[in-house]
Ligand binder design. Structure first.
Ligand SMILES: N[C@@H](CCC(=O)N[C@@H](CS)C(=O)NCC(=O)O)C(=O)O
Length: 230
């Protein structure tokens, strides 16, 4: 299996969607099966075979799959007989809800905290593209986007309310063990952890305990990925 993941300079892998796939591979015990191919923003030619320009992508047994959700579905369908990544039996409804909620409601706030810092961890050749494309998307400079990030963090704290409520009852969003819902939220956490020294969680937030549990999973491999100092 080949796994194409986004990379900054020094092979830093910060893509939140890449993290969903990394955690899913580890969850299924497949991390050793996947040969990782790192792709920088300026190396989109490596993805030509997939007919689109975004990572993550996997190639396995002659099939090519892009999009973290579709990749996780493929892995679960191909490598397990029982549902474990997607625990809700009704059309994966819960995981779909959480993943889409993170994409639309959590990622924009995380971006407003760390997008300027991403510039420092990507390849110097990718910086002009990154600044231009993100400034176009937000309609302001990277510096302006993050200017009020303490306030953004307070909004993020409010937005993460449902996560806190589930964690009052369970150690993981998946219940007793982690599921794709956890990996969706955790992807956003790792995105910030690797690119920025700004902690997107405020002190004493109970979500910090969950973050620690997530960092411990699968022999703590996520914790070993170099984080920027807080
Ligand atoms: N829906 C896709 C989103 C993938 C995506 O947005 N990937 C970003 C990296 S986090 C990317 O490849 N960006 C390339 C670019 O912006 O040029 C998924 O879940 O995999």
């Amino acid at each position: 299996m080949k796994f194409y993941d986004l990379s900054g300079s020094d092979n830093k892998r910060f893509s939140p969607f890449g993290w969903r796939v990394r955690m899913s591979l580890a969850h299924l015990g497949l991390e050793e099966n996947a040969q990782v191919e790192l792709v920088k923003f300026s190396q989109k030619d490596k993805l030509k075979f997939s007919g689109q320009e975004l990572v993550p992508v996997i190639q396995d047994n002659g099939v090519t799959i892009s999009d973290s959700w579709r990749i996780a579905e493929y892995l679960e369908n191909s490598y397990t007989s029982q549902p474990t990544l997607f625990i809700s039996l009704t059309n994966k409804a819960y995981e779909k809800f959480v993943a889409s909620w993170v994409d639309s409601q959590v990622h924009p706030l995380v971006a407003k905290c760390v997008v300027r810092d991403i510039l420092d961890v990507i390849d110097p050749n990718d910086r002009e593209y990154f600044r231009r494309s993100r400034e176009e998307r937000f309609g302001m400079s990277l510096e302006e986007i993050v200017a009020n990030r303490e306030e953004t963090r307070t909004s993020l704290k409010r937005r993460l309310f449902p996560v806190r409520k589930v964690l009052e009852l369970n150690p993981f969003l998946g219940g007793k063990s982690a599921s794709f819902a956890d990996y969706s939220v955790f992807g956003a956490i790792m995105w910030a952890r690797i690119t920025s020294s700004f902690d997107i969680l405020e002190e004493h937030d109970p979500i910090i305990d969950w973050r620690e549990r997530m960092l411990d999973l699968y022999n703590g491999f996520a914790r070993e990925e170099t984080a920027r100092e807080h």
